[in-house]
Ligand binder design. Structure first.
Ligand SMILES: C[S@@+](CC[C@H](N)C(=O)[O-])C[C@H]1O[C@@H](n2cnc3c(N)ncnc32)[C@H](O)[C@@H]1O
Length: 366
C-alpha cells in the first residue's frame, strides 16, 4: 500500500541524471515552500484593496519579484520534466519489451483491453497537463508506455517537491478512513476511474484481498504502463480504455467506485456525467469516493484565488479553478444520490505533509 512502490518498470537514473533530478527537486521545493509566500508579502506591501483575483493581477502585473518567481517556477517545472524524461527515453526499448513480456504472460490474472472506439476527450488533445511531455495522450506505437512511465516518475518528484511523504498512498489514506467511517465495508468489485499509471488501483487490490478490481482511463499509453506495472507488482487489475462519463459496465455492478485527483482535470460537465455513472453502476449499499486537491474557492480571499490561479494559467491545469468553485456535494445529489447519502471531508497524510479533499456517497438500500 505504500506510495511509490518499487517494481521492474522503474528506471534508475545515472549519476548525472540523478543530479539533474535532485537539482530540479530542490529548486521546486525552494520555490514552493520558501519563496511562494513572498507573493503575499509583495502584495500586502502594495496596500491595495482588491475584491477579485483580476484586481490582484492588475496590481501585481508589474511586480519584478513576482514576475521573477513566476518565470522561475515555470522554468523549474519544465526542467523537472526534462530530468524525469531523460532516463525513460534512454530505456524506452527496455520498457516496451517489459510491456510485451508482462502483458503476454498475464501470470497474475490482470488484463488490458484497449478500445480505439473510445474518443479522446477534446480537452486532453494537444495539451500537456501540468507540462508532462507529450501529454497524457502520448501514444506512438502499440507498445508505447512512456506516458505512464512519465506520469509515475514525475509524480514521485512532484510529491517530493510538495513535501508529501512517501510512506502512504492516497488509496491507503482513503481505505483507512473507509474502515473508520463504514466499519466492515468489504467491496467485492471495485472500479478506479482515471487510473493513469494505476498507482491507486493496485493498493486497493492489495488492501481488499479477493476483490475484483477494474480500472479505466481514456489514454492507451497510460493504460499499457499501468497494466505492465500491476503485473510487475504481482497484482491483478483489469484495465480498460473507457471514459468516466460513459462506463461500459452494467447497473449495480460495483460495491466501490473511486477516483483520485481526477475531478480537477475534467470539465465540470464531465465530472457531473461521471457522478451519474457512479450512481448507476453502484450496487445498493455501495460507496463512491472522489479524492482531490484541497482547493476550495469558498472562503478564499481575492489574493488566494489569484495565487491558486497560477497553475491554471502557467501549468496547464485548465479546470483547476472551475473545480475549486464547484459545489461537488450538490453535483452528487444532482447525479441521483440522496442528500443523506452524500459526504465530504478532509483527510491528511499521516506525516501531516498534505491535506486531501474527499467527497462521495453511499448508495442507500432503495
Ligand atoms: C491526475 S491523473 C489521475 C491520477 C491517478 N488517479 C492516481 O491516483 O495516480 C488524471 C487521469 O484522468 C484521466 N482522464 C481524464 N479525463 C478522463 C475521462 N473523461 N475519462 C477517464 N479518464 C480520464 C487522464 O488520462 C489521467 O490519466
Amino acid at each position: 500500500m505504500s506510495r511509490n512502490e518499487s517494481h521492474a518498470l522503474l528506471v534508475s537514473p545515472t549519476q548525472d541524471e540523478g543530479a539533474r533530478q535532485r537539482f530540479a527537486l530542490g529548486l521546486k521545493r525552494t520555490l514552493g515552500r520558501r519563496l511562494r509566500p513572498l507573493r503575499r508579502v509583495r502584495f500586502e506591501q502594495k496596500r491595495a484593496a482588491c475584491e477579485s483575483p483580476e484586481a490582484v493581477e492588475a496590481v501585481m502585473r508589474e511586480d519584478p519579484v513576482d514576475r521573477f518567481w513566476q518565470a522561475l517556477n515555470r522554468d523549474t517545472q519544465e526542467r523537472m520534466w526534462a530530468a524525469v524524461a531523460a532516463p525513460l527515453e534512454r530505456e524506452e526499448q527496455r520498457l516496451a519489451q517489459q510491456f510485451r513480456d508482462l502483458s503476454a504472460e498475464h501470470v497474475h490474472g490482470g488484463t488490458l483491453r484497449l478500445d480505439p472506439g473510445v474518443a479522446t476527450p477534446s480537452y486532453l488533445k494537444g495539451i500537456a497537463i501540468h507540462l508532462q511531455p507529450g501529454g497524457y495522450t502520448l501514444d506512438r506505437s502499440q507498445d508505447d508506455v512512456i506516458a505512464g512511465a512519465l506520469y509515475e516518475a514525475g509524480g514521485a518528484i512532484y510529491s517530493a517537491g510538495a513535501g508529501i511523504g512517501v510512506g502512504q498512498s492516497k488509496a491507503e489514506i482513503v481505505s483507512t478512513w473507509l474502515a473508520q467511517r463504514f466499519p466492515g465495508f468489504a467491496p467485492r468489485r471495485i472500479l478506479d476511474i482515471g487510473t493513469s499509471a494505476g498507482a491507486s488501483a493496485t493498493p486497493y487490490a492489495q488492501h481488499f484481498k479477493g476483490a475484483e478490481v477494474h480500472a479505466i482511463d481514456v489514454c492507451p499509453g497510460l493504460l499499457r504502463y499501468a497494466h505492465a506495472r500491476a503485473e510487475a507488482l504481482g497484482v491483478a487489475v483489469h484495465f480498460r480504455q473507457m471514459a468516466a462519463d460513459r462506463l461500459d459496465f452494467p447497473d449495480d455492478f460495483f460495491d466501490f467506485v473511486v477516483s483520485h485527483n481526477l475531478m480537477h482535470e475534467m470539465p465540470p460537465a464531465t465530472t457531473a456525467g461521471m457522478f451519474r455513472e457512479c450512481a448507476r453502476v453502484l450496487a445498493p449499499g455501495g460507496i463512491t469516493v472522489h479524492q482531490d486537491v484541497p482547493l476550495r474557492y469558498a472562503g478564499l480571499s481575492a489574493f488566494e484565488k489569484w495565487d491558486y490561479g497560477w497553475d491554471r494559467d502557467h501549468n496547464n491545469e485548465p479546470f483547476w479553478l472551475e473545480f475549486a468553485a464547484a459545489d461537488v456535494k450538490a453535483m452528487l445529489q444532482e447525479a441521483g444520490f440522496m442528500p443523506a447519502e452524500v459526504f465530504e471531508t478532509i483527510l491528511e497524510q499521516a506525516d501531516g505533509s498534505m491535506r486531501w479533499f474527499v467527497v462521495g456517497a453511499r448508495k442507500g438500500l432503495r
